[in-house]
Every structure is written in structure tokens, then in C-alpha cells.
Design a binder for this molecule. Sequence first.
Ligand code: C2E
Ligand code: MG
Ligand code: MG
Length: 312
Amino acid sequence: MPQKKPVDIDILIRQADQAMYQAKLTGKAQYRIFNAEDGNKLRFKYKLIEGMSQALKNAEFCLYYQPKVNMQTGKVLGVEALIRWQHPTKYLLEPNEFLPVLAGNPFMIVLGNWVLENALKQMEHWLTQGIKLKVSVNIDSLQLQEDNFCNNLQNLLAKHPTINPKNLELELLEGGELNDLKITSKVIDKCQAACGVSFTLDDFGTGFSSLTYLQKLPVTTIKIAQNFIQDLHNNTDNLATIKGAIKLAEAFELGVIIEGIDTIEHGEVLIKMGCPQAQGYAIARPMPSEELPAWLETWQTPSAWNNLVTEP
Ligand code: C2E
Ligand code: MG
Ligand code: MG
């Protein structure tokens, strides 16, 4: 009779742990049975996360900044901080090449805190150059729902007393991860009351329950997702969705901004629709912090946007 191979207890525990981790990722009260393919994927994932942790120590991450403007008046409303990874052997990696693997992983919180801290340092540095800018930072839901998010934020702001907290805006992604609306709205309220920072609902329209989000989350602005900008001239559904989002913002007395304005024509359409606040390649691409002062000096609205009015 063939002898059964003895199971290595350490391997068994590790595999059970991996299955438990997979179950946790898919939500509460779930179970998963370990399989080798999951195991390989997980090993790859952990290696990548380990690489990112090392990259943070090696100062390979940096923030790019993309302006937000009022296309009608030309006023610069602020900038959004967007993370980049200057990989030593690859190229400048964009967030969609490394952030998705961090979903649900505690390292997302570590990296998120690094982003907040560095955005504040940058704001402080710009202030010394006479540049007073509102800066938006993307906050992952895991980071927001962390127990002491608000206290951490308060401590960080206290370290940078020259910054007016009103000039810090936090962008939250609309989507499944904000599903614990009660917790999320409590944290938002607490941060607004304790620190005076404001919140924007990012990528509005891409989640499943936009109206519930608007009702329940005490945000001050919605940012319409760039998906709706694509093929604007031929896609009446996208046009209708943008119009609807603008009206919703109005009804809920919220500010509204649109992202992904990548052509002058997009800007024209959006100004006429009553959404002059925008961000996109037609205005400026995300840029390293040191390039921003020169951009601010030279920026002016394209002439095609001058004298456009909102159509009824
Ligand atoms: P987002 O917050 O919605 O940021 C806007 C994204 O659209 C940016 O991509 C920006 O470069 C891109 N974009 C801006 N204008 C245009 C345009 O006219 N056309 C097109 N096609 N794209 C445009 P990026 O920098 O690759 O960031 C992607 C996403 O990664 C962000 O989407 C945000 O969800 C996430 N992200 C970026 N930085 C951070 C961060 O520090 N923390 C967290 N948690 N997430 C971040
Ligand atoms: Mg954003
Ligand atoms: Mg967005």
C-alpha cells in the first residue's frame, strides 16, 4: 500500500492562512478552500507588496500634481496629488500598475499616510514660495476606515501649522469599498469638525448606488468620473448622465467638478452644460511638483473657452 505523504504542519497552517485571507478579501462570513493557483497568485502579490515596502524605504515613490481649474474664469482651484513609483529598473509607474494589488492590504494605509504627509510637506514648501494652493489627496477606503484616521490626520496637520486645513481636500472613491456608509460618514463628519478638511466623492457615477452615497455621505463636492467624457459627441447616454449628475449636485447643494477633459471640445461642451470646474489633459497633465510654479505663471484658458455661457 502506498504511504501517504506526511503533511508539513507549517505549510498546512500557511495554506489555511492564505485561504482565510482570500475569504476575508471577498467580504465577511465567507470561506475559501486553498488551491495551489491561489497560492501562487498570493506569493506573487506578497512579493510585489514586499517590493513596494522596500521602494518606500528607498524613496522611490513621488507625487505628481494635476491642476483643477474653472474653465470659464481661468481660476486655479487647486491641484490633485497623484502617486507615482519611479521604479529603478522599469519606468515611472502609474498607480493602476501597483495600487490594485494593495486592495485590502494594510500596506495601503502605510502608503496612504506617506502620501498625506508628503502632500502636506509640499503645501508647506509652496507656501514658502508664496504659492497658496488647495491640494486634494486620494484616500483609500481602508485608510479612511482605520480606527485612528482622524487622530492621525490631526497630528499630521499639527506638524504643519502654516497650512490652513481648509486647503486640504480628501477624495474618496465611490464604489463597493465605501459600503459601510455609517462608518464612513461618521469619519467624514469627525474629520470635518475636528480638522476642517473637506471631502470630495471621486469617480462619481461609477459605483452602484450614487443616490445613497449622496444622501448619506457628508461630502462637499462630487467629481464626475472621466468615463462619461469619452465619445461625448456621439454618446447621448453619457451626455444625459453628466447632465443628471450636475442636476443632482445642484439638488444636494454640492460642488461639482469633472475629470478627464482631454480636448478643448470637451471643455466647451462642459462649460455650456454648466460644469466649468474641471481637470484634464486639455488643462494640464499631472506634473512633478517643481514644474507647477512655471505652469501657474503661464496658464491661461484656451481662447475657445472665452465668452462661452451656460446654456439653459
Ligand atoms: P483619480 O483620483 O480619479 O485620478 C484621475 C486620474 O485620471 C489620474 O490617473 C490622472 O492622471 C488621469 N487623468 C487626468 N486627466 C485626464 C485626461 O484628460 N484623460 C485621461 N485619459 N486621464 C486623465 P492616475 O494618476 O494614473 O491615477 C489613477 C487613480 O489611482 C486615481 O484616479 C486614484 O484613484 C488612484 N490614486 C492615485 N494616487 C493615489 C494615492 O495617492 N492614493 C490612493 N489611494 N489612490 C491614488
Ligand atoms: Mg482622485
Ligand atoms: Mg477620479
